[in-house]
Design a binder for this molecule. Structure first.
Ligand code: AGP
Length: 602
């Protein structure tokens, strides 16, 4: 979730890098850095926080003549947003920037440490530069050393490396994370998306997975595992906003598609072979804790509500959830054996922050689950777990909800381990399900097309009920919130079993019911709830792995072995439904009326 730029040529490199990073700041901005080699001299600068801090730091630095340069803007995933953790990472005479995850970095780090390498940061990236220098010492050939380094990396990466051992060269590699090369005569640019090079390069080549090589003297040599490879460039688009959306029509759409990938980051280093671990929490963190209270707003409140089922069921701990703005004024009874959890994408929501301050004043231990490191809520909490969703631009939250729910599920298991409420057998089953979640989140063309077609039938009526039971009730609330936020149609989430206690009076053919009917959780119960609605002529859109005869419309899901797999798969369906209805209604999907991404007022 970071941004990369690189430049090889005669122009002023600092400005090219900083301007490029500015264009990528929308992807993440907790620290940034640049490294430049001119002649044989290597200069590097890093700064924590927004890019303006790096600008300030490099105020008096200027480049002249031919040189190579790389830059990076970071959104912390591994390790705090400190200068040491900021890219570029330094070896003895080389620098590297990297996006993605090196999945085997712990193994590589141990190997390098046993050979006497000293690591300065907590990042996975630093292994790349040390591996390069290790192989450079052995092979005495910088490109061979780089190629050998790439062979050792597992996971997703886009990386650039410069070294005093080859001061006129930028080495590059891409696998799973985006990277492109821009050309303008002899000038060569690198970037993790189009925006930094729009207006600079004229032609572009989008690297494919498994490609690597080097740029030198105005030319690029490209390789993959079959050897050297030719490539064809194409003209570069000129629309920056379009480029930021990476081909998607809306940020929300891009973020729905990203969920599968970011979930890998959320789990990385936490979901292990036989247990769930959070390095953020020390072993004694849960000592003396006998209850949990969660406070949050909006979407984050919905993930909290889903978690309350998981904490009680898995960790066997009392869990109570409150909307932060209600909690603040109800004069709540707080006891010190309660862990106070806040959930927030932004970490700046005023109501949630104030609720946290109240709990702290009452002496409660606090934990925040947040997407933004160093945010007010993270700083205020005793401990924080980052969701690692990457920056979310669409006002309607999607990947934040997915990653919050994932962290909470992991936390329930982690607590269960601690309190010995889960057997190893259960743990193994849950972990096996967790590892399938990225796959369950993939948006297939067929699914998106189906929701696009269905959406035209749901543009009118007098309202929507999203219904579900158990954890699918909070998902129903979230599905309804998504729809109302961006379609401006009235939608409510309801526990399916509660419809008969009042809302069923609204049922007629113009009442649209979106029924979440998981196979693994109370299927027969919800089926009879939906039958009651169907008997009153409500229009039913059923989402289930099990075909349902009474459905007017039916979206068949694939997973039917674990409730959480069903949960995440159905979540994507409801997100796409809201998106497609909003698009058909001509609404502003990313910036719906009357709303703001971060609500910092009461
Ligand atoms: C959801 O789509 C909204 N963006 C909103 O409900 C949001 O979840 C709420 O304002 C809380 O924000 P937070 O997670 O940043 O605290």
């Amino acid at each position: 979730m970071c941004g990369i730029v690189g430049y090889l040529g005669k122009k002023e490199k600092k400005e090219i890098l900083l301007d490029g990073l500015q264009e990528l700041e929308y992807r993440g901005y907790d620290s940034a850095g640049i490294a430049v080699i001119e002649g044989k001299k290597l200069n590097s600068f890093k700064a924590v926080g927004k890019l303006e801090n790096l600008r300030e730091k490099t105020k008096t630095f200027q480049t002249e003549g031919f040189g190579v340069s790389i830059g990076h803007t970071r959104w912390a995933t591994h390790g705090k947003p400190t200068e040491l953790n900021a890219h570029p990472h330094l070896g003895a005479y080389s620098y590297v920037v990297h996006n993605g995850i090196i999945e085997n970095y712990q193994k590589l780090k141990k190997e390098l440490q046993s050979e006497g390498v000293n690591f300065l940061s907590q990042t996975d990236t630093e292994t790349i530069v040390h591996l390069f220098e290790k192989y450079h010492k052995q092979l005495n050939d910088p490109f061979a050393a780089f190629a050998q380094t790439i062979q050792r990396l597992e996971g997703a990466y886009a990386t650039l490396l410069v070294s005093e051992s080859a001061p006129d060269t930028i080495f590059f590699a891409k696998n799973g994370s985006p990277m492109l090369i821009g050309f303008d005569g002899d000038e060569i640019y690198f970037a993790s998306s189009d925006t930094p090079i729009i207006g600079k390069a004229k032609e572009v080549y989008y690297l494919e997975d498994g490609e690597y090589g080097y740029a030198k003297s105005g030319t690029v040599k490209l390789y993959n595992n079959h050897g050297e490879k030719s490539f064809i460039t194409q003209a570069l688009s000129l629309d920056k906003i379009l480029a930021q959306k990476e081909g998607y029509r809306f940020f929300m759409e891009k973020e729905i598609y990203e969920q599968s990938r970011v979930m890998g980051e959320t789990m990385m280093g936490r979901v292990l072979d036989d247990r769930v671990d959070f390095e953020e929490l020390d072993a004694a963190f849960f000592d003396g804790i006998h209850a949990i209270k969660i406070c949050a707003c909006g979407t984050s409140y919905h993930s909290a509500l889903a978690a309350s089922y998981l904490f009680e069921r898995i960790s066997k701990i009392r869990c109570n959830v409150e909307i932060a703005s209600e909690f603040r004024y109800k004069e709540p009874l707080l006891t010190k054996d309660t862990l106070f959890i806040t959930i927030s994408q932004s970490g700046e929501t005023a109501d949630t922050l104030e609720a946290l301050k109240m709990a702290k004043r009452a002496g409660l231990k606090s934990l925040s689950i947040c997407n933004v490191d160093n945010s007010s809520i993270v700083r205020e909490s005793d401990a924080a777990i980052l969701t690692r969703a990457g920056i979310e631009k669409g006002v309607a939250s999607t990947k934040a909800f997915a990653t919050q729910t994932m962290v909470l599920w992991m936390l329930a298991l982690h607590m269960g381990q601690h309190k010995q409420t889960v057997s190893q057998e259960v743990l193994n089953t849950e972990i096996a399900a967790m590892l399938q979640i990225p796959k369950a989140l993939i948006v297939t063309d067929a699914l998106h097309e189906k929701l696009h077609r269905l959406s035209k039938r749901y543009l009118h009526g007098h309202g929507f009920f999203f219904i579900g039971r158990d954890i699918f009730y909070p998902l129903a609330l979230e599905g309804a919130l998504k729809l109302k936020e961006i379609s401006y149609l009235h939608a409510e989430g309801y526990p399916a079993g509660e419809m008969k206690h009042g809302p069923i009076a609204l049922a007629d053919s113009e009442l649209f019911t979106v029924a979440l009917m998981p196979k693994t959780m109370h299927y027969d119960k919800i089926k009879s709830n939906v039958e009651e609605l169907s008997a009153r002529d409500a229009t039913i859109l059923a989402i289930s792995p099990e075909p349902f005869e009474l459905a007017d419309d039916f979206v068949q899901t694939a997973y039917d072995t674990h409730p959480m797999l069903e949960f995440f798969e159905m979540m994507v369906v409801t997100q796409l439904l809201a998106l497609e209805i909003s698009v058909r209604l001509g609404n502003d999907v990313d910036m719906p009326r009357n709303l703001a991404k971060s609500v910092t007022v009461e």
